[in-house]
Design a protein around this ligand. Structure first.
Ligand code: SF4
Length: 284
């Protein structure tokens, strides 16, 4: 069960994405997967390269579109564990509509976002996760837009699994990814993954000083939706751990009518020659 391949990541030394890669590899092994049971679909951005760095099926897709592809993969082959991944720009700007609708749809995909609060690949512009006042080349006098509260948005959209972690905490991150893979339905895992090259504000030290671990909050219950939202608002979203889980919400696959349980790739689609020729005639 070795999910490592021989490709050397071309991330900057110290980039938080290295830990996310390691955590996915460890979590996949810990839940008993083999490389041929896992598909990793990524978007565009520094973090989008991750699908090439894991020994599994991989699909480096297009900007903001990892989720439609990942959902298609899962519906076509239910036997695969499917992880979608990308950055906060990829998932919460150009891909935001897909994120919300994937939450609503609830297909069994684990979506891991490497959230560095900036666009790294294009050399440092404000992202939807940048705070107000954040200065970059695209906002030289400070961003005048508000920061998206992605965890609250996910919960209010009906998400059944919402969690957050930090690149510096590999143990927690691995555990959260294991729980996300084991959850039956869509799971959103936002990872604070610092960009050491372009974000000089939201650094490892900054996150360490500002994060509250949910484990440390007495009486915190991830099944309590109201408590989850209130806790996020009280801490400006800077909490890590399992924030909310609804184990009762059925997945899309369980609810959809008339869809084979085996998925398209396991269905017998052999056609008689006459049928095939008929289809060709019909669609030409
Ligand atoms: Fe990571 Fe930032 Fe370097 Fe991209 S630019 S690889 S996000 S440290």
């Amino acid at each position: 069960k070795d999910f490592r391949n021989n490709i050397k990541p071309n991330w900057c030394p110290g980039c938080g994405d290295f830990s996310v890669q390691a955590a996915i590899q460890r979590a996949s092994a810990n839940v008993g997967l083999e490389p041929e049971n896992l598909a990793v679909v990524s978007g565009i951005g520094c973090s989008g390269r991750i699908s090439g760095y894991i020994n599994s099926y991989g699909f480096h897709s297009i900007h903001g579109r990892s989720l439609p592809i990942a959902q298609g993969v899962k519906m076509a082959n239910r036997d695969l564990t499917v992880i979608a991944s990308g950055g906060d720009g990829d998932g919460f700007a150009i891909g935001m509509a897909h994120t919300v609708h994937a939450i609503r749809r609830n297909i069994d995909v684990t979506y891991i976002v490497m959230d560095n609060h900036i666009y790294g690949l294009t050399k440092g512009q404000t992202s939807p996760r940048s705070a107000e006042g954040f200065k970059t080349k695209s906002t030289p006098t400070g961003s005048i837009e508000s920061q998206i509260s992605i965890m609250e948005l996910a919960i209010s959209s009906g998400a059944g699994f919402v969690a957050q972690s930090f690149s510096s905490d590999l143990k927690e991150l691995t555990s959260i990814i294991e729980q996300g893979i084991n959850h039956k339905g869509f799971s959103l895992i936002n990872v604070f993954s610092p960009c050491v090259t372009f974000n000089k504000v939201n650094t490892y030290e900054w996150f360490k000083e500002n994060i509250t671990k949910l484990d440390a909050i007495e009486g915190y219950d991830p099944a309590n939706r109201t408590q989850a939202v209130n806790t996020l608002m009280d801490h400006n979203g800077l909490v890590t751990g399992l924030i909310y889980q609804n184990k009762e919400r059925p997945s899309y696959e369980q609810l959809v009518n008339g869809f084979s349980e085996t998925g398209l790739v396991k269905q017998n689609i052999s056609l008689e020659k006459d049928t095939f020729d008929g289809l060709l005639t019909e669609f030409m």
